[in-house]
Design a protein around this ligand. Structure first.
Ligand SMILES: [Zn+2]
Length: 266
């Protein structure tokens, strides 16, 4: 097809024209490989490419999954007056001060948040003093499908591997977030379940189901922290993940809203 000898000649207009008429890169490679002088280069290229493909196949796919609810005006909250209604309003405007700023009113337990021991323990640790290694690190997900009001007992822990100090409880109840049923009909994590977790050295319990005051007392009373109101746990395919739950660093407070993510494949 080509009369030339150097690579510049070999990939000349006729070859380019031929390449545009064919479908994929594999065929383009085959056409180039037929060109005099380029066969050896192409074979080497193919070998390197196959190695890269193979290496990619061996590498686990890293996925970052956000399991926090968005914070917005009037968002769903625990139905008691001490849990404030979130409101976000504009303060500075482009017209007045040439930039925009906002006032954000929220509770320490609004949306996805971290409960510090101080939430139920007098003189307990506040949220800004929770050790970061309780909130960040490898976590085990417990998938325990529960029906409305069903008790989640000790046996649910006994039947599962608790091999990380951070536990994510996935009951599937997050589908009821922002509905009346969320607090009223939720599956019940029992005190026995909570006791066994803390006995096993769990330092952070992440849940998609609201916890009773009694369970708060056991978990937070042991110095373990809680992350409540997480959603979307079914997007997470692996049961062993990397957790990042970082509450706002608000000094001396009982809890704080948090952006919570899990990373798979790390
Ligand atoms: Zn809370």
């Amino acid at each position: 097809m080509m009369g030339g000898v150097g690579p510049n000649v070999a990939v000349g207009p006729a070859l380019v024209q031929a390449a545009t008429k064919i479908a994929g890169p594999e065929q383009i490679l085959r056409v180039i490989a037929d060109a005099p002088g380029l066969g050896r280069i192409c074979r080497a290229y193919k070998i390197v490419k196959n190695h890269i493909r193979c290496w990619r196949g061996l590498m686990p796919q890293v996925r970052i999954i956000d399991i926090s609810v968005p914070v917005e005006t009037g968002m769903f909250r625990f139905p008691r007056p001490d849990h404030v209604t979130v409101s976000i309003t504009e303060e500075g405007t482009y017209e007045k001060v040439k930039c925009r700023t906002s006032r954000i009113l929220m509770g320490s337990h609004s949306g996805t948040h971290v409960d510090a021991p101080m939430h139920v323990v007098r003189n307990g640790q506040p949220v800004d003093q929770i050790a970061l290694d309780a909130l960040v690190g490898r976590a085990r997900m417990l998938r325990i499908r529960a029906t409305p009001r069903q008790s989640i007992g000790r046996e649910a822990v006994e039947a599962r591997l608790i091999d990380e100090p951070r536990i994510i409880l996935n009951t599937g109840w997050d589908r009821k977030w922002a509905t009346d049923a969320y607090y009223v009909d939720s599956p019940k994590v029992t005190e026995e379940f909570a006791k066994l977790l803390v006995e096993k050295g769990v330092r952070c319990l992440v849940t998609d189901v609201p916890l009773s005051l009694e369970v708060h007392n056991i978990v937070l009373g042991s110095g373990c922290c809680q992350v409540e109101n997480v959603v979307g746990l079914d997007q997470v395919k692996s049961d062993k993940v990397y957790l990042v739950a970082l509450p706002l660093k608000i000094k001396g407070v009982d809890g704080a809203p948090a952006r919570v993510i899990v990373v798979e494949g790390m």
